[in-house]
Design a protein around this ligand. Structure first.
Ligand code: NAP
Ligand code: GLV
Length: 310
């Protein structure tokens, strides 16, 4: 049997180099050079062209080469009954935590404003009324693989940290809430709010005017999850009115962020090009492990719950 790399985005040769030493004797093909499609039992997929996976009749495993499966789930021809696993890796988690810490601190320490002052050669303390981390609350929407680590490390820096998820969580030192009915109280306590949710029908547009209205005046928003979580116009309105102090955004409805989009030049918005946590070929170990498990008929790890969509 053979594996195939299916992506409309990135380079299959990188993955071939990473995979071949770990799976000696296995063949890795690169879409669209499928060869005999009946020989393919595993697809390594990142934003595969819609319909491509449906052309592989003997597929037994779809390995998503990223943490979020939202794009895959939109494929109208996604093969039913084939398990989907996703990438969970310490190198992914480390990168995201580093990004979240950077973003939260940029907002809470007014870094953008100080950079502007430096450009002008102006020496001014913007805030005399100091708020050390122990007096700041950071809320994390999504306490999964990425949210939990970011929460723990923000806590280690000294922030008050709280987490929100779908199901209840008990994490030492980090109060957690769950469910929509707790969301308003949850966000109302935050000086910075970080979105690390998966994009599903339930979470699409969750960062909207109602949520911003429930946030503290002057709170800061970080979105490192998906552009579809954010209602852009509602954020712009909340920034314009001064209700929110700023936003740090890595993900957008359309990527690359189109030229002329107001986020590009907004003085209170920091834009990064979907780099918070990149997938690296060095993360292939978990995929290889799952492939071996599939071959041996053992339980797979990091399996997507199709009913929940993540
Ligand atoms: P995960 O382990 O699946 O965790 C998802 C968390 O969100 C869980 O705590 C889950 O609750 C919670 N959640 C899901 N639906 C919810 C809902 N309707 N209401 C409240 N909470 C909900 O995912 P992850 O590995 O941490 O990754 C999160 C997301 O980060 C990915 O889906 C991806 O979109 C994004 N991401 C972005 C980048 C980047 O470079 N910008 C890189 C990697 C990942 P339960 O714990 O109760 O299930
Ligand atoms: C990147 O956005 C990922 O989901 O891994």
């Amino acid at each position: 049997m053979a594996l195939i790399y299916v992506s409309s985005w990135s380079d299959g040769d990188l993955w071939r180099k990473a995979l071949v030493p770990l799976l000696p004797g296995e063949e890795l093909r690169v879409w669209p050079d499928t060869g005999d499609v009946t020989e393919i039992d595993c697809a390594l997929a990142w934003r595969p062209p819609f319909g491509s996976l449906a052309k592989l009749p003997n597929l037994k495993l779809i390995a998503n080469l990223g943490a979020g499966v939202d794009y895959l789930m939109q494929d109208p021809d996604l093969p039913r009954g084939v398990p989907i696993v996703r990438l969970v890796d310490p190198l992914m988690t480390e990168q995201m935590t580093e990004y979240v810490v950077l973003a939260v601190m940029t907002g809470l320490r007014r870094l953008r404003d100080y950079l502007d002052l430096q450009r002008e050669g102006t020496w001014v303390e913007i805030e005399r009324d100091v708020h050390p981390p122990s007096q700041r609350t950071v809320g994390i929407l999504g306490m999964g693989e990425l949210g939990r680590d970011a929460a723990r490390k923000l806590k280690a820096i000294g922030y008050r940290v709280q987490g929100w998820s779908r199901s209840p969580k008990r994490i030492r030192g980090i109060p957690c809430a769950h469910g929509r009915e707790r969301m308003v109280d949850f966000v109302g306590a935050c000086d910075a709010l970080v979105c690390l949710l998966p994009l599903t029908p339930e979470t699409t547009g969750i960062l909207n005017r109602d949520l911003f209205g429930a946030m503290k005046p002057g709170a800061y928003l970080v979105n490192a999850a998906r552009g579809g979580h954010l209602v852009d116009a509602d954020l712009l309105a909340a920034l314009e009115s001064g209700h929110l102090s700023g936003a740090f955004l890595d993900v957008f409805h359309t990527e690359p962020l189109p030229a002329g989009h107001p986020f590009w030049t907004h003085p209170k918005v920091t834009v990064t090009p979907h780099i918070a946590a990149l997938t690296l070929p060095a993360m292939i170990g978990g995929i290889v492990d799952n492939y071996r498990r599939m071959q041996a008929g053992q339980p797979l790890l990091n399996v997507i719950d199709l009913a929940q969509g993540y």
